[in-house]
Design a protein around this ligand. Structure first.
Ligand SMILES: [Zn+2]
Length: 166
């Protein structure tokens, strides 16, 4: 499945589009045998964009804010959220900084403990028009692999006081 094929699901099926006043857990994938979690990947990707300190800090804030909005079910538009892949079921949260800077976060929705798990963050590679889909598929595969690898250890999540949740 690709971005243009919504995998037979509606945006409204995502927890990110179902408002709640209860706090949902949005867990950040923990890399195996490392203390690092997906927050480090987000910081690396944004840091590598070379946008200068002010814009870099602002964008980090925007990413964090949208993830919090996702956790409370307050994402709406196609410019923010898309269903992507079905095996496993993945969703995509999006940011468009400019034409060649489009950020993507893939996540799954186990539904409880954690409710959501962020699996892969990257800047969409649009440098070669003919290879955009192929590269996007490869990025989704990274998320899928992390999903399957992490599932038996619940992606490093702890039910109580998880320091890798938002
Ligand atoms: Zn967690």
């Amino acid at each position: 499945m690709t971005e243009s094929e919504p995998a037979g699901r509606q945006r409204s099926e995502s927890l990110c589009a179902q408002p709640t006043d209860d706090e949902r857990s949005f867990h950040l994938y923990v890399f195996p045998a490392e203390a690092r979690d997906l927050h480090a990947e987000i910081m690396d990707v944004i840091g590598r964009l070379g946008m200068g300190p002010v814009r870099t800090a602002a964008l980090k804030g925007e990413v964090n804010a949208r993830m919090k909005a996702a956790a409370s079910g307050r994402l709406r538009g196609a410019d923010e959220l898309e269903p992507v892949r079905t095996q496993p079921e993945l969703w995509e949260i999006k940011w468009k900084e400019k034409k060649n800077v489009q950020l993507r976060l893939y996540h799954a929705e186990p539904g409880r403990s954690p409710d959501l798990v962020a699996l892969h963050f990257h800047c969409k590679d649009v440098s070669d028009q003919d290879r955009i889909k192929e590269r996007q598929e490869a990025a989704m595969q990274v998320a899928a692999d992390r999903h399957y690898e992490g599932a038996p250890r619940v992606w490093g999540h702890r039910k109580r006081d998880c320091r890798h949740c938002l």
